[in-house]
Ligand binder design. Structure first.
Ligand code: SF4
Ligand code: SF4
Length: 389
């Protein structure tokens, strides 16, 4: 990997999941980063680390699209490489992570079968123990294929995140923590900045050479699973995950400093986060704004610090998860995935004194039954006062 330009991000227009178009755009984009041969040679095994957050169909924009993955498998096979497709989904039902079902529902299992790639369900492949540089948690267990493969390509999806604002290249490696161990990290790092430390730890423990974002369709609003599809029509490519995310959030109208899960990546210098130091190549020379793109409604921009009263008022108004029982299918995915067991199994009522607001319940509910609502305690207070008057 010597001689890489760590600050280049290629942005390509790509408006549909058409195999020929995807192949052409990927080849042209990687040529600007030195060409495929710079990274891969015949006989290598390349792991494609997809975003397979749960059992979601490709048209939901919640997962890395299977046709995008198919294009990459064909390119890599053409180079003489063996290809693995791997991830671990979030959550659990009856104590079992849904990764196997996710590979089926997403269409990725079919792509692997048709193209001669191998599925690596990270929940079943063993782990490698590493010592996180942040010191959080003492030990970290990362899916073994991340180390067994000769090279890894990170394939994030361009999406919002109701808790973390944005999820992209840095966040996508959280799926390298197998199965239910993910919940332990939510418990360990309830603060988004601490979660960012965990993500930086993962990136520093593994060796990912390329990051290619699927932004042909993106997710806006209440991502990463319950948002709406936004036709962004973009592919982003870089050797630097932080530079890629910096450019992606600029496309959404955000500054990288507004995304708390990227704070650690910036301070620990995982990559480049100053736009002026990033060379934009491909179809653009600066990040194109995605017009009308909706950010999560709970996003509080420019939140003041050290103003305790203001923060208290904001806290009283903050968005919290609630189960809509008219939509709920009682699968108990949220109950079993909650890292602090804050959701009652029968009533689905959330105990907010325990809730750490990780939003996993919102993220993992396949039926969009966990809604994010502004807490109306202030309104309730004034109503009560009004009634007494
Ligand atoms: S809220 Fe969603 S995840 Fe929780 S039990 Fe209902 S359907 Fe399942
Ligand atoms: S109730 Fe939901 S948001 Fe709260 S801790 Fe549990 S999973 Fe996280």
């Amino acid at each position: 990997m010597e001689g890489l330009n760590l600050t280049k991000v290629v942005i390509s227009d790509c408006n549909e999941y058409n195999l020929e178009l995807l192949t052409q755009k990927l080849n042209a984009g990687i040529a600007m980063l030195g060409g495929w041969e710079r990274y891969f040679s015949p006989g290598m095994t390349v792991l494609l680390k997809v975003n397979l957050i749960g059992p979601k169909a490709p048209d939901t924009a919640a997962i890395t699209h299977p046709e995008f993955v198919r294009a990459l498998v064909r390119i890599l096979k053409g180079l003489g490489c063996g290809v693995w497709i791997g991830d671990s989904s979030g959550g659990a039902i009856a104590g079992i992570a849904p990764t196997a079902r996710s590979f089926k529902v997403s269409g990725l299992e079919q792509v692997a079968r048709e193209e001669g790639a191998v599925i690596k369900n990270f929940d079943r492949e063993g782990v490698v123990e590493v010592t996180p540089k942040s010191g959080l948690g003492g030990k970290m267990f990362i899916a073994k294929p991340m180390f067994d493969a000769d090279a890894v390509i990170n394939l994030p999806k361009l999406k919002t995140h109701s808790a973390g604002i944005y999820t992209g290249a840095v966040k996508n490696l959280f799926g390298c923590i197998p199965g239910l161990r993910k919940a332990e990290y939510h418990r360990l790092a309830p603060d988004l900045r601490d979660m960012g430390e965990v993500l930086t730890d993962i990136h520093q423990a593994v060796n990912v050479g390329l990051h290619i974002m699927d932004g042909v369709t993106a997710m806006e609003g209440e991502g990463p699973t319950a948002g709406a599809v936004y036709p962004a029509g973009k592919l982003l490519m870089s050797t630097d995950p932080l530079a890629l995310d910096t450019v992606a959030v600029a496309m959404l109208g955000l500054g990288v400093e507004e995304v708390p899960i990227l704070h650690s990546a910036r301070t620990r210098k995982l990559g480049e986060s100053r736009l002026k130091n990033i060379i934009i190549a491909g179809d653009y020379t600066s990040p194109p704004r995605l017009k009308g793109f909706k950010l999560p409604k709970g996003l509080k921009r420019g939140r003041p610090r050290n103003y305790k009263v203001v923060i208290r008022v904001i806290d009283l108004l903050k968005t919290r998860p609630r189960v809509n029982l008219r939509v709920c299918q009682h699968c108990n995915m949220c109950v079993e995935s909650c890292p602090v067991q804050a959701i009652d199994r029968e009533s689905k009522v959330i105990d907010y004194t325990d809730c750490i607001e990780c939003m996993c319940c919102h993220e993992l509910c396949e039926h969009k039954a966990v809604e994010l609502r502004r807490d109306n305690r202030i309104l309730d207070f004034f109503r009560r006062v009004g009634r007494r008057a």
